[in-house]
Design a protein around this ligand. Structure first.
Ligand code: GDP
Ligand code: MG
Length: 659
């Protein structure tokens, strides 16, 4: 049974094409040893059945990601009869990067231009004949979503299969120097599963998977020779190779793509304002403000209902435990139950609303624009462009943010990005901020402004630290952002709901795991020795040690103790405040805090919480990504900045007569 594989960039309609070809005749599984989904199906061609495999979506065929390795290994090892490269016609030039690479692996390919229904909107025209001549393979076009062009695609597959249509891509000319290296290496490599020329190219690109493969095949000579050539050449060979590819792609694009400069696509029209030099920022500010406003106004009513439910449960529990010893009742009701209650009251609704809006912005295509708008400003400060996606992810949780810095190629930039990431308030800190701000500042514009102020301080910190590192540890200039701005589209609600659910459950799980045991610990600390007056409890004694330190930022030792508990999870500060200031019975915490703190003290607490240190999970991620040296430095910088900024705001506020 002949096999065709569908390759292509993500989001080009590969799955739509696969579905249009195979209909219901498909099944999904995983690639052997990988968690990447594998979809296979079949369709009939006359009396014959043809197998179709949907390869993972990739932009390239390097060994950087598991998807890329799966795709290229399948093309070489499983030798599909034909590779259909599915390209987004409206972004053809970008898609050609993959096309050129597939053609180095196999000549038996067809280029399918999908989404041609969108070409007109963009004022584009593609000369398929010229494109086919340039590439040396057949070119067809489809609207996969509407199953248009599928018969023509199948007919082309059939003709190539029968040898009636030729596929003879000319190999890309890398220039005399590289070409002589390639032929020398290719002859050293000799015959194997993979085309020798391709292995030679990959060897010059220092592809780790290919080096390993040649090592196990006993082709050490070729590896050593490649190393020598690389050392002899002044320029970086991998860069030379990439440049040649881009040159060739530009050449092909110029021959085959025509753009009407007068036609503006919908995306371009929207982007004229949204990514505008001046207007881009207020749009971003309004989006952020709206998000915060929604968190306050949508999540609060939900939380109130949940809280009432828990109050009822606490009452029942108290009634049940009437005859039990005081400490057992305290532990269970004021400790464990309150711990769980707080997860649901303070975190659940905020997380759902936040992740929903975040997912919505992501799906619509705005998130990347926000990054783009900030890039200009922050690259001026000295932060690498690519870091923005990871910084944005950090608003959900810093851990993936830190791990995401892997996408940054430059070692120095990666370190800078990782070190500044933890200053972005994660969902946990956002939840604490959004729980406490309304207590002191209500729900109106004042609350929104205060929250924006805290957020701005965190961004300022990111900027300052990045700039500081650039000036001291890493003295080179930042690379600019090569960010792909996807077209705007209507959000797919199912997508957004799925990511919201996944992210919320993930965050809740973590909180539920930490809250009950720490609730018990905190409760014990502040209720023992048995019968002690509140000021003599163990916790209060620890707190009194911290009194002088807290004084620097307007807080008491008792408040400072809260920060000791935020290492496992930032949300635990809420739990701590609830247990030490309030109780379950009244709408405890908030009223008690309102009586105990001035608004300025509350602000002080929140700023310090935001800046003073990452949580243990983030520290672990930092150690993994950039090593102990930088993890320590991050913590040291954080504590200095936490104290300085908080002190400035607090004492500045006092001087201005605020309280
Ligand atoms: P994959 O990531 O490459 O598998 O792409 P999908 O098949 O999931 O499609 C990505 C998006 O493009 C979806 O929203 C599809 O509805 C849309 N899409 C797919 N094919 C076409 C097409 O021919 N025209 C248009 N306008 N949209 C398409
Ligand atoms: Mg897909």
């Amino acid at each position: 049974m002949p096999t065709i594989a569908i390759a292509g960039n993500p989001n080009t309609g590969k799955s739509s094409l696969f579905n249009a070809l195979t209909g219901l005749h498909q099944h999904t599984g995983n690639w052997p040893g990988k968690t990447i989904e594998k979809k296979e199906g079949e369709f009939s061609l006359g009396a014959e059945k043809v197998k179709v495999v949907d390869l993972p979506g990739t932009y390239s065929l390097t060994a950087v990601s598991a998807e890329e390795i799966v795709a290229r290994d399948f093309i070489v090892r499983d030798k599909p009869d034909i590779v259909v490269i599915n390209a987004d016609a409206t972004n053809l030039e970008r898609n050609l990067y993959l096309v050129v690479q597939v053609l180095e692996l196999t000549p038996r390919a067809i280029l399918n231009l999908n989404m041609i229904d969108q070409l007109k909107n963009k004022g584009m025209e593609i000369n398929q004949v010229a494109l086919s001549e340039q590439l040396g393979i057949p070119v067809v076009s489809t609207v996969a979503l509407k199953k248009k062009g599928i018969p023509e695609l199948i007919a082309t597959v059939e003709q190539v299969q029968a040898g009636k249509l030729q596929t003879q891509p000319a190999s890309l000319d890398y220039g005399p120097e590289v070409e002589s290296y390639l032929s020398e290496l290719a002859s050293l490599i000799g015959k194997s599963d993979y085309p020798a020329r391709w292995l030679a190219i990959k060897l010059l690109e220092k592809d780790p998977a290919v080096i390993e493969l040649l090592q196990t095949d006993g082709k050490k000579e070729a590896i050593q020779r490649a190393e020598m050539l690389a050392a002899e050449t002044e320029e970086f060979l991998e860069i030379l190779i990439a440049e040649k590819r881009f040159e060739r792609i530009t050449e092909i694009a110029q021959t085959a793509i025509r753009r009407d400069p007068h036609v503006e696509s919908r995306t371009e029209k929207i982007d004229r304002i949204v990514t505008h030099r001046v207007f881009g920022l207020p749009v971003l500010g309004i989006t952020a403000a709206f998000t915060l406003w929604a968190i306050y106004n949508i999540s609060n009513p939900i939380s109130t209902v949940i809280e009432q439910g828990f109050q009822w449960v606490a009452q029942q529990a108290n009634n049940l435990l009437v005859g039990a010893p005081w400490w057992l009742r305290g532990l269970l009701v004021d400790g464990v139950l309150l711990g769980i209650q707080q997860v649901f009251v303070f975190l659940f609704a905020v997380l759902v609303v936040f992740f929903f809006i975040y997912g919505l912005l992501e799906d619509v295509g705005y998130l990347a624009r926000g990054a783009f708008v900030l890039d200009r400003i922050l690259s001026w400060i000295g932060l690498p462009g690519k870091a923005f996606m990871t910084l944005f992810a950090s608003y959900g949780c810093n851990i993936p943010g830190v791990m995401g810095t892997r996408i940054i190629d430059d070692e120095h930039e990666r370190v800078i990005a990782a070190v500044v990431t933890p200053f972005i308030p994660c969902a946990a800190r956002i939840a604490v901020i959004t729980a406490l701000v309304p207590v002191f500042f209500g729900f109106g514009w004042q609350a929104t402004l205060i929250t924006l102020f805290i957020f701005s301080l965190s961004i300022l910190t990111v900027a300052l630290v990045a700039r500081l590192l650039r000036r001291t540890a890493f003295k080179n200039s930042p690379s600019s952002l090569v960010l792909e701005l996807p077209d705007y589209r209507l959000p797919a609600l199912s997508n957004v709901l799925r990511t919201t659910t996944e992210r919320t459950i993930g965050a809740m799980k973590k909180a539920l795991y930490y809250f009950p045991p720490f609730a018990v610990l905190i409760w014990v600390l502040f209720n023992f020795p048995a019968g002690a007056a509140p000021v003599d409890t163990w916790g209060a004694q620890v707190g009194s040690f911290l009194n002088p330190i807290g004084g620097m930022i307007g807080l008491g030792g008792k408040d400072m103790t809260a920060f000791l508990f935020t290492y496992p999870a930032k949300e635990l500060s809420l739990l701590y405040l609830g247990l030490t200031y309030g109780g379950v019975d009244e709408s405890g915490l908030l009223n008690a805090l309102h009586a105990a703190w001035t608004p300025l003290q509350a602000l002080s607490f929140l700023i310090f919480l935001t800046l003073y240190s990452p949580c243990l999970g983030t520290i672990t991620a930092l150690v993994k990504e950039v090593g102990w040296k930088w993890a320590w430095r991050n913590m040291a910088i954080a504590i200095v900045i936490g104290f300085s900024f908080t002190a400035i705001v607090y004492w500045g506020g006092m001087l201005l007569g605020l309280s």
